[in-house]
Design a protein around this ligand. Structure first.
Ligand code: GDP
Ligand code: GDP
Length: 463
């Protein structure tokens, strides 16, 4: 078993051609196999060593009545529901049409995971179409030529993570008390998280921090029983361990490394391992909780991990534990906030929550902060709103003019979420100074209320 891919898009973009290429012509022509629905063709696809199921939504162009729009929509919606991933095709020679926008909308509303394909892009034919495709806000477009077989290696590279993820999903279909020991994700160039939907999967949280910060205590409190992280267990030493639970109505999957530290024998070794292991847990997470001990907050090790989480593009929540031990709460809080701003400026606006893992106080606030951070991390802003904002920003502070020629910002679009990523089309992107980029990043953060998540901006030129 593997994943299911639906090829969607308006008529004539090349869906059938691609379907045929993926399943092999002979199979594809068999339209009336038992079990194959009338409008949705299904086939076993093969792309190099990748096997998956492919659903084709083509064949509607022959329908000429006025219900075409409605039928297309229903068919696409059904395909999206059946599939794990959608390959949304547009015609690179034509560019983005209003009809494409309708499909993009359906996919967004359905919260589908989308790979955007720009077809008919053999040679340089799809160059401008591929650039335009960014404006759909569905991530980086892949150039393809279904007819000539070009771009199949890129498609392979993008689809490969889904195979691993599917295996992971199977593993997750186990009872809740089970401990998941994830395999290391490969170093794919494509971030599988970029295509991950939010609705169905548990929110992935890593709890990291120095030994004795209280990670095990916290996680046990969250999952509600001492079922996992107390005793050492053979075989799990080096791995990030995860446990799934329902936390105040939110399905979560929590990664922790406490099990291994419990059995480490030498102190120095213990410190070293916990850092490496914490870093590893970050890679599995969507939200990283940096757990600090109120008596020794913001140690070098904590700072390193928090910085790593930001670099990896994760949402960060800082939790200060053992708050029950603190007498001067007011003063301490002010001091912690000051340290946070000074020592971790890259996490500007990230929430800082005080908790007591032991008594359970503050855990509701921690929960809310995590859910909010996750929402912000998933946030999408429309191109229209972005450009209104960009206009105001450039008016307030025009971009610099290196060598006497002002850099022109043409337009901006969000190309990804998790974390939010933006492309600004402009003249001379290479000369854009870091300071102006920072001005835009901070402005975005404030105006669109995206505190505490990494924000990426890329500058591209139109030509
Ligand atoms: P569908 O309606 O989306 O299934 O589109 P089809 O697969 O029927 O293709 C529509 C037309 O585009 C056909 O004439 C194909 O030969 C042509 N076509 C499909 N893929 C490509 C391609 O990669 N390059 C070019 N130039 N034409 C293509
Ligand atoms: P870990 O190494 O990060 O997993 O930390 P543990 O969960 O094993 O906790 C280390 C020690 O701190 C234990 O003795 C806990 O009882 C204690 N501890 C954890 N959370 C709290 C807390 O909120 N308040 C107090 N006073 N002690 C705590």
């Amino acid at each position: 078993m593997s994943f299911t891919l639906a090829i969607v898009g308006r008529p004539n973009v090349g869906k059938s051609t691609l379907f045929n290429r993926l399943v092999g012509r002979k199979l594809a022509l068999v339209d009336d196999q038992p079990g194959v629905t009338r409008d949705l063709r299904e086939g076993d696809a093969r792309l190099f060593d990748l096997r998956f199921t492919v659903i084709d939504t083509a064949g509607l162009e022959e329908v000429t009545d006025d219900s075409l729009q409605g039928r297309m929509r229903r068919l696409t919606e059904r395909a999206v529901e059946m599939a794990d991933v959608c390959l949304f095709l547009i015609d690179g020679r034509v560019g983005v049409t209003p009809s494409d926008e309708v499909f993009a909308d359906i996919l967004r509303k359905k919260n589908a995971r989308v790979v955007l394909g720009v077809n008919k892009a053999e040679g340089a034919a799809g160059d401008s179409g591929a650039l335009e495709a960014w404006s759909l806000g569905l991530g980086e477009p892949v150039r393809l030529s279904a007819e000539h077989g070009e771009g199949m290696d890129d498609l392979y590279r993008i689809l490969t993570p889904f195979r691993e993820e599917f295996a992971e999903r199977e593993a997750m279909n186990t009872p809740e008390t089970e401990v998941d020991i994830p395999e290391e994700l490969g170093d794919e160039e494509v971030d599988p998280a970029a295509h991950r939907p939010t609705a169905k999967k548990p929110l992935q949280i890593a709890v990291i921090g120095r030994p004795n910060a209280g990670k095990s205590t916290l996680i046990n409190k969250i999952i509600g029983e001492d079922r996992l992280l107390t005793g050492p267990e053979a075989g799990i030493t080096r791995d990030a361990i995860s446990v799934r639970s329902d936390w105040m109505g939110t399905p979560v999957r929590i990664f922790d490394t406490a099990g291994m530290r419990k059995k480490a024998r030498v102190v120095e070794k213990l410190e070293k391992l916990s850092v490496a292991d914490g870093l590893r847990a970050v890679r599995f997470a969507e939200v990283v909780v940096v757990l600090l001990d109120v008596e020794i907050p913001f140690e070098t090790q904590d700072l390193r991990i928090a910085d790593y989480a930001e670099t990896e593009g994760r949402a960060v929540v800082v939790a200060v534990n053992k708050w029950d031990l603190e007498d001067e709460k007011q003063e301490k809080l002010a001091e912690l906030k000051e340290m946070f701003e000074r020592l971790l400026p890259q996490l500007r606006g990230a929430p800082l929550v005080t908790v007591s893992a032991k008594t359970g106080r503050g855990l509701d606030r921690l929960h809310d902060a995590i859910v909010r951070a996750h929402d912000v991390w998933n946030k999408r802003i429309t191109t229209a709103r972005l450009n209104t904002w960009l206009g105001a920003m450039t008016e307030a502070h025009p971009p610099p003019a290196p060598g006497g020629h002002r850099i022109k910002l043409r337009y901006m679009t969000q190309v990804k979420a998790r974390p939010p990523g933006f492309v600004v089309m402009c003249s001379r992107p290479d000369e854009m100074p870091e300071s102006y980029k920072r001005y835009l990043v901070n402005g975005l953060r404030d105006h669109f209320e995206m505190p505490g998540v990494p924000i990426r901006i890329m500058f591209r030129s139109q030509s």
